[in-house]
Design a protein around this ligand. Sequence first.
Ligand SMILES: Cc1cc2nc3c(=O)[nH]c(=O)nc-3n(C[C@H](O)[C@H](O)[C@H](O)COP(=O)(O)OP(=O)(O)OC[C@H]3O[C@@H](n4cnc5c(N)ncnc54)[C@H](O)[C@@H]3O)c2cc1C
Length: 407
Amino acid sequence: MFDWTEEQKQIRSAFRQFVQKEIEPHTRALEDNTMEPYGPMRKLAKMIGLKEMVAGALDKAETEAASGSQGSKSGGFGSQDPYLAAILAIELSRCNPGFTMAFGASVGLCGQTLMRRGTLEQKKKWAGPVLCLDKIGAWAITEPGSGSDAFGMRTKARKVSDDKYVINGSKTFITNAPKADVMVVYAKLDIPGEAEGTRPPQAFVLERGTKGLTTGKPLEKMGMHSSPTGEIFLDDVEVGRDNLLGGKEAEPAHGQVIDVFKGERTGVGHMCLGIIERVLEDALAYSKERKTWGEPIASYQLIQAKLAQMMIAYTNVKNIVLKQCYAEKKQLAVSLAEASAQKLYCTQVTTNVCLEAIQILGGAGYMREYQVERFMRDAKLLQIGGGTDEIQALHVARDLIANGVPT
Ligand SMILES: Cc1cc2nc3c(=O)[nH]c(=O)nc-3n(C[C@H](O)[C@H](O)[C@H](O)COP(=O)(O)OP(=O)(O)OC[C@H]3O[C@@H](n4cnc5c(N)ncnc54)[C@H](O)[C@@H]3O)c2cc1C
């Protein structure tokens, strides 16, 4: 049977204590943007010993590079034990999904991409500081004119010499963009004399302060208020080969991006599980306390049916998360279609569970004080970011049509 081990339960309890002490009390300030998420994130990094873990991964990468092998592909928290990464994301999401998203975009999307795909120098210069949160990272593919069709991007990197590129374009809806120090930015390679669009997109590592790179103010959103989101503008940004992720043009970035999508799609289940767990606990407690006609509302079958549906969603999402952790631990491949199916299911049921939690709390559920409305607003984003529901469904159906039912 899939479940948390006793040791994992103890780790959860330690994380919960940290979150309740260091993050939960700041929820209102984080949501109102009178406080940035990066201070608490750095405390979290210290608590879990990220610096030591990253230093170990970089040492390993250096030794491997010296011996001529490819170098370490991952580093930082949870890279050796997927259960730990899941537990952390669950505990953070029980408290604040927006905070979790800002943390995940920096350490996961940006830091892990740099660690997996960067040269040794890029790992040391950028992956290390981002993975241990000395620097904040962002990962940017979406543009005003291309989201679901991300490879339809217009941002271009014109190659002006063997060692020089000039990047022009813009990115939008980018998590951490307003404050990020390091940004992995995708641009289509444009080589003078060649037809436009014949070269694949490439990833560049850009730093705040580079001439021509600016970022906009945080965008105002429906939810995920604890996670700053914004635009990146690139106006004749000159960079060298050192900024090209992996140090060479050869590999089209499609594979890198698909890897990131898979990680995002399977990882989102952790956030879903944390959110469902929290709102189900809140709704259950409220239903046992709140009385109408002299009886707790939990005694009414219509409320019980809602609680039962929420519990079914919780059980299914927990099973998906534990199975995914097992697959990662055993290094079993998960297809893009499987990852998409997981994301589609988990995110849809999470939004539904949050809506039902609001319903169970009645008027109180609509009030900010009770928090379930915040979880619902945050959960809705999970059906959009990292590929919308519709795009997940397309990927699942395409695989089904091509390969049949996997029995
Ligand atoms: C808060 C937030 C944070 C984000 N963070 C990041 C980030 O860090 N980095 C990053 O690169 N991006 C980020 N994104 C962008 C996100 O990944 C995109 O918003 C998402 O992929 C959808 O793209 P779009 O918004 O352009 O919608 P569109 O692609 O314009 O889609 C609009 C609608 O049309 C539907 N649709 C599109 N094509 C089809 C089709 N073929 N068939 C059926 N329906 C279709 C979509 O499902 C959707 O319902 C973030 C977005 C948000 C809101």
